[in-house]
Design a protein around this ligand. Sequence first.
Ligand SMILES: Cc1cc2nc3c(=O)[nH]c(=O)nc-3n(C[C@H](O)[C@H](O)[C@H](O)COP(=O)(O)OP(=O)(O)OC[C@H]3O[C@@H](n4cnc5c(N)ncnc54)[C@H](O)[C@@H]3O)c2cc1C
Length: 398
Amino acid sequence: MKIDGLEVAIAGAGIGGLSLATMLARRGAKVVVYDQMEAPQPIGSGFVLQPTGLAILKAMDLFDAIAARGQVITRMHGALAGGSSGQGKTVLEISYPGDGHGIAVQRVALFDLLLCAAISAGVRFETNARTTGVIEGGRPALLLDGGRATPSADLVVDAMGANSPIGHDPAKELNYGALWATVPWPEGGPFHPHELEQRYERASHMAGVLPVGTAREGAAPMATFFWSLRNRDIDAWRTAGREAWLERVNALWPQALPLAKVAEPIHARYRHHTRKPVTGRGVIRIGDAWHATSPQLGQGANMAMIDAASLASALSRAPSIDEAFALHLRQRGPHVWLYQTLSLVLTPFYQSDSRILPAMRDIAIGPTTRMPLVRQLVSRLVTGDFLSPIKRIGLSEL
Ligand SMILES: Cc1cc2nc3c(=O)[nH]c(=O)nc-3n(C[C@H](O)[C@H](O)[C@H](O)COP(=O)(O)OP(=O)(O)OC[C@H]3O[C@@H](n4cnc5c(N)ncnc54)[C@H](O)[C@@H]3O)c2cc1C
């Protein structure tokens, strides 16, 4: 169908919303993005752009810019806590197939890039615009805080992330979240500049260090430090104070103590849900608003971009919005289902109160992920490439 002149209202200026807005505006759509923030801004620390997400950025001509800021990641390694040496038995070993790699970025780096691309493409933004619902009808619209409705549009997109108020169900919160902080990268060690490194003690304690490159040209390289925390322990963690936390970090992973010392951590809660993607005529969810999960498999940001690319390409190939939705769901449905299921199954091995699951992990996962066939499967899983989600969508249509 003709994208030129299509009127699109997107709720949420996050990774999915900005990607979709840019793709459609570049093809002539009139796109307005509504966000609750005073000014569009990213929340959170850093993550790995997998080959799937990188393929979308390449198709958007943004790959070189993100590669210049990010940090190449070739290996993900997890070990049990090991006292003063800081490393016990390896229980997670993942390398990218061939010369493949991910690129770890600060969230702000990707956000700035997507925001600039959206503005250059002519996307309009309305900030301080908290969406509370969708008005359905012949042509749908968004309902904003205070009861104001946006102008009706041909297409309305819920890209409001895991906490989208539309169909929000508080029961879907997972028991464990994490503290996240962006800290200066310790030049000269002890961490490897191209590896995500994690330490575990059962599934109740986990910490990680990820090199995430620079926020902008000339800025200092940074790392993301994360510390798993049960939601119901947040108050106790605050009451116990910083020194008690630093002692805990030192006990689990002494090498990470200097990072924790300078961290100003923010607590993130995780949710798991797979909501109905199409909620009415001309109304669709993408990204975490559709499928949120814990970041254990590290796919969420990548999947939000794949959703955006799939929807944009389906809109330009199908004769109507209804048929574009159907095509988009055929392209995305199986991949979303698979990763949501795997994430739900695997998360408790790394974040839960279970003693049996981490014991199984410690005995089985380390050795099996070193077996050639399993290693290949796990690599494909982590690169986000199971079921070839990129091949299913026509990137040339972007
Ligand atoms: C701590 C943490 C670590 C993560 N690590 C990784 C990782 O390593 N790899 C990975 O791929 N993914 C990771 N993720 C997941 C990833 O961040 C998300 O999957 C991704 O950001 C989803 O993109 P989105 O566009 O759907 O939503 P978001 O990027 O969350 O954007 C949602 C936008 O909607 C806006 N909004 C929300 N409510 C309203 C409202 N009512 N009205 C108007 N606007 C609203 C928000 O202000 C925001 O701008 C992590 C997530 C968290 C929380």
